[in-house]
Design a protein around this ligand. Structure first.
Ligand code: ADP
Ligand code: MG
Length: 673
């Protein structure tokens, strides 16, 4: 694409944001909050932290932070920035995501620019509520409105009152800049005089970076497509046959459909050598190994065409060079929570018009491009909503409340339209924030009172919050200390008393990754057989323990993994996460102990965490229908569970997936007494 021989310095100077270097530095100097709006690829994420560092914001041991909602984006941008600066990743430029810290851990003080997920930054507040080591915090991708971003923005607004010298940059591709500015405009008087010396103005500055985006021609299908994976594959093939060179970016929804599309395209290439020989097909989703991630950004041989099949991570978080064609399925995976049924699902749902426009824009970065929408124009105009709904308004708030309680929402009072008036948590070092009253706590998007009540109920029943909705001591604080969902953390706490912490920590580690199995289409039968070798009568959790034991017994052998359809990379990750969880557990006073073969206590520990997900088999059900105890919802055991078709009378599940029905994933049988 002509880029290959341009020096990295030249590439930097060509970015739209480069022209705004002085303006950005001036605004950051003089304003507490600067909002930067600029098109994807204009250089916000990779350049602004470097500008800040060059201008001295990281001098004197201070650190510049840049948050991202997605782990994969954190890794990719950190690696790009370290490359641009010519330094080794993990030293001057580092990153932290949950269970992975690639900053300078040895001397603790060489990392000057740190990329991290917004969730990790929230966790850091537990140690350091005012985030004192950071001079500038750039909250990136704010338009995504992830739950952690919103909690973070709410808390940073509080922190700013205590630390007038702290600078915030809020950056985004599409943000409604005015409402964000209004959110950050505090009328409260602060120490010092505005505009004088180092005291910046409270009114946020807004800067728009003019992008260059080329024209993108949009094509729609006439009739709705019934299978968007197949439709995406045929569209890629016809682009490849008929259109001039230029890479193709396809938006699907998740690992399953992306893997399926990659396979179909690869098969096409084998059956039809002539037309598809020049294709290099690559998947892009979180959970890919580092090597596979890097492939997506690497140049391919001349004369070949790259096809990247991605989740919405490539919508605005990551920039791929050389894309001229976009194929948009019109869907993404989104979290939806219904506080009445108390069911949260990750479902494939239509994207918003704003997302569709972003996706199309990815085709016009370097020259005019084309976008093929796998939905009709009528559908776009009439059915798609203008904007997405902030995640906070469509999520279960259990984790969010505990993060708030344990982190900076110390002593907060929740008052949702007079329904709740509850005091939560109390720790002296958090007093610094002065959040005694969540009456005055602003969220960029208010959560629903029902969802808030449900979350408080669950936390209360877990023994994490007391009658006054304060974090209990020590249980509440211990749960808050573990970087996992409160229900999983509670399970770990319970295992301490039950004498099975070794086993439960293994289970927690396995539950925190997507899957430990290799799934290859067409080999479902072999996979099912392999699973049977590990199947335990108690259910999936105990089967996981069997897999883990087998893996250790094999000497962590990749060969053993392949033979048993176990994903070797995933198991290595499990071992790593397990080590970290062990360290955290020990720090909060959990004694590591194995229950050997007493699986009854393992069941008890799982129950202690997940009792809210208990279900009962319908008495005369012929098709394995269960009802949830809490809200009488109809649910079924997922075919991937070892308890599928076994249908014990009482079960507990970890999560639900919804397709044609609500399916329970990771199920264990219980015998209530
Ligand atoms: P923004 O945050 O405004 O969307 P970025 O700072 O992420 O923009 O990207 C700016 C430019 O840096 C991109 O257009 C691309 O050319 C380059 N770039 C970013 N990440 C990578 C990467 N991992 N590999 C190669 N080039 C990259
Ligand atoms: Mg960016």
């Amino acid at each position: 694409s002509g880029y290959g021989y341009v020096s990295i310095e030249k590439q930097r100077q060509r970015l739209p944001v480069f022209k705004y270097r002085m303006a950005i530095l001036y605004l950051v100097e003089t304003h507490a909050t600067t909002i930067v709006v600029g098109e994807t690829g204009s250089g916000k994420t990779t350049q602004i932290p470097q500008f800040l560092k060059e201008a001295g914001w990281a001098d004197g041991g201070r650190v510049i932070a840049c948050t991202q909602p997605r782990r994969l984006a954190v890794q990719a941008v950190a690696s790009r920035v370290s490359e641009e600066m010519g330094v080794k990743l993990g030293e001057e430029v580092g990153y932290t995501i949950r269970f992975e810290d690639l900053t300078d851990r040895v001397t603790q003080d060489s990392t000057r620019i740190k990329f991290l997920t917004d969730g990790v930054l929230l966790r850091e507040m537990m140690e350091d509520p005012l985030l004192t080591k950071y001079s500038v915090i750039m909250v990136d991708e704010a338009h995504e409105r992830s739950i952690s971003t919103d909690v973070l923005l709410g808390l940073l607004k509080k922190i700013q009152r205590r630390r007038p010298e702290l600078r915030l940059i809020i950056s985004s591709a599409t943000i409604e800049a005015k409402s964000m500015a209004a959110f950050f405009h505090t009328s409260k008087k602060r120490r010092g005089l505005e505009g004088e010396d180092c005291v910046p103005k409270t009114e946020p500055a807004i800067l728009s970076v003019e992008g260059r985006g080329f024209n993108v021609q949009i094509f729609y299908v006439e009739e709705p497509v019934s299978d968007y994976i197949q439709a995406a594959v045929s569209t890629v093939m016809s682009i490849h046959d008929q259109e001039p060179m230029g890479d193709i970016l396809v938006f699907l929804t998740g690992q399953d459909d992306i893997d399926a599309a990659v396979r179909l395209l690869t098969e096409e290439a084998q059956n039809n050598r002539k037309s598809s020989s020049g294709l290099v097909v690559l998947p892009l989703y979180s959970g890919l190994s580092r090597a596979d991630q890097d492939l997506v950004f690497s140049p391919i041989p001349r004369g070949k065409r790259k096809v990247v099949i991605s989740t919405n991570i490539a919508e605005t978080s990551l920039t791929l060079e050389g894309v001229s064609y976009v194929v948009d399925s019109g869907f993404s995976k989104q979290r939806f929570y219904n506080p009445i049924s108390d069911i949260e699902n990750l479902v494939v749902a239509p994207i918003s018009k704003a997302s569709a426009r972003q996706r199309a824009g990815r085709a016009g970065r370097v020259r005019p491009g084309k976008c093929y929408r796998l939905y009709s124009e009528e559908y776009f105009v009439k059915e798609m909503s203008a904007e997405g709904i902030p995640e906070m308004q469509r999520s279960n708030l259990v984790s969010c409340v505990i993060q708030g309680c344990s982190g900076a929402l110390e002593g907060c009072l929740l008052n949702m339209e007079g329904i709740l008036d509850i005091r939560v948590g109390r720790r002296d070092k958090l007093k610094a924030l002065g959040i005694d009253n969540i009456l005055g706590f602003d969220w960029p998007a208010s959560p629903s009172p029902e969802a808030m009540i449900r979350a408080l109920e669950v936390l209360y029943s877990l023994g994490v919050l007391d009658d006054d909705a304060k974090l209990t001591s020590p249980a509440g604080f211990q749960v808050a200390e573990i970087p996992l969902e409160p229900m999983v953390s509670k399970m770990i706490l319970a295992s301490n008393q039950l004498g099975c912490s070794e086993e439960i920590i293994t289970i927690a580690a396995i539950l925190s990754i997507q899957s430990i199995w290799i799934s290859v289409r067409g080999q479902q039968k072999d996979l099912d057989e392999a699973k049977l070798r590990f199947a335990a009568a108690e259910g999936d959790h105990v089967s996981f323990l069997n897999v883990y034991k087998g893996f250790l017994r094999s000497g962590k052998s990749p060969k053993w993994c392949n033979k048993n359809f176990v994903n070797y990379q995933a198991m290595r990750k499990v071992v790593e996460i397990r080590e970290q969880l062990k360290r955290i557990a020990q720090r909060i006073g959990i004694v590591l102990k194995s229950c050997e073969s007493d699986m009854q206590v393992v069941r008890k520990a799982v129950t202690a965490g997940f009792f809210a997900n208990a279900c009962n088999l319908e008495a005369f059900s012929h098709n394995g229908m269960y009802k949830t105890i809490r809200s009488s919802q109809e649910v079924y055991i997922h075919p991937s569970s070892v308890l599928f078709r076994v249908n014990p009378k009482w079960v507990i599940y970890n999560s639900l997936v919804s397709t044609d029905r609500q399916y329970m994933r990771n199920v264990i049988s219980i015998n209530p007494s």
